[in-house]
Write a new protein. Sequence first.
Length: 527
Amino acid sequence: MDSETFLSTSYARIRAVASVPPGTSARTLPSPSTLSQARSTLPTTAALLSGRGPEATLSHLTSDIAPALAGHNRSGRYYGFVTGSTLPVAEAADNLVSALDNSLQVHLPGQSVATEVEDAALRLLLEVLGLGLGLGSGDENGRWEGRTFTTGATASNVLGLACGREAVVAARLPPGSTNDGGVGELGLLGACAAAGVKEIQVLTSMGHSSLSKAASVVGLGRRAVKELRYSEVEPWRLDLDAVERELQREGVASIIAVSAGEVNTGRFATTGSGDMRRLRDLADKYKAWIHVDGAFGIFARSLPATSEFARLREFTAGLELADSITVDGHKLLNVPYDTGIFFTRTSTIPQAVFQNPNAVYLSTPTPSSGPTIPSPLNIGLENSRRFRALPVYAVLLSEGAAGIADMLARMVRLARGIAGAIARDEKLKHDYELLAASSTGDEKDNDDGNENTHIVVLFRARDEGLNEKLVEKIQASGEWYVSGTKWEGRPACRIAVSSWRVKVDEDLAFVKDRLAGIAKEWKEGGK
């Protein structure tokens, strides 16, 4: 079989394995027997020495490996982590990415339109997120000249802290010494010594674990991350008074990391534009950097502008005042892994950090026409880069702002329906407890998880014995999947709705029925 025939038939075989027949539901997890069978087919070292050939290898992949993979792209009921599915148009675009296999590292407008497609995708996404077109047209809040794709929120957070580190140290260098360069040129120790900086701290509230990882990677250290939680009741909120006190420390430079939203609860560190305006004023006064980890929460800005979602849009108001923003595409935008996005206000700071020096062969020719686009290898971590922008570009064109808003609205409605049922449904409220239902501490805010709920629902079983086994019992059926976590030192169950496949009424009825069934079985002694 020639290569073209093999490829054309292989796509059909792959779709036959990945497709879900109409009227059926895919398992979220493979069965234990399927996993065992797949493991038994993995080759020994000796078997690797002789090639099987493409046809036999494809049969192994479709018959043995594919059935033993998680089903989050085939089921709308995979509620673990924050795991999106892949929209059909994104899958098609990703197949095109593999088929043509372009590496986006240098902007070469005379040879490929790829970097311009990437830039168009980033500008379209800025519009969908209500952050402005990023064209530097004069609106200071709409200028996001530093923009790039990454492998995910972790990489984007690394970029955010690296850029913040560069900026806060450079802001403290003596006049005239900036010609010698900042951290990117002198190194962290040399630049901090020149700037009189003895410590760089990262101020946050319930920051994602990747924030500490990023702090380690960029040389600040995990202990540089300081939790400034508003209260024990609302630990996701950032204590702005505490932030102000920390910013006043002599010889200490600060990066403020705003969580939008927090991964266990989906809650937001700020309550609206007033909080962000105060942070912006403080950052300007004390030469701090504001980074927003908006991996999934920032998409609340893209919800329909109606009263139904007004509270969520209020929580994300003012995020445009940040210096840098992390976004994940493979979560709520429902494009393939691994797709992250990073925005920052100026391209000069990421270039100071990530520039490839002394490599003439990697330089960008002076364009005779078209937009001036920095080469991606000079504003991000990777040199060689997959064309991961194309599925994002395809989704934005296919769905448009209205289609994306509708998809996000379905996610929120299902999450709110589940939260409301746990809090108020007679068949559930006596057996389960909704957690973290408040977002501001105001009495009006205790609405049993409706207005405040984005896409995450945190709850536990009231019976301690059942609570210990709740996640295990949910996952055992393979029909749906949730994540286990801890809240206030006790086990808790976490549902994150993030798939385009959501069917609000059908999925809500399913979850209510299964939760009621689990509680009933437990009380009847089916432990």
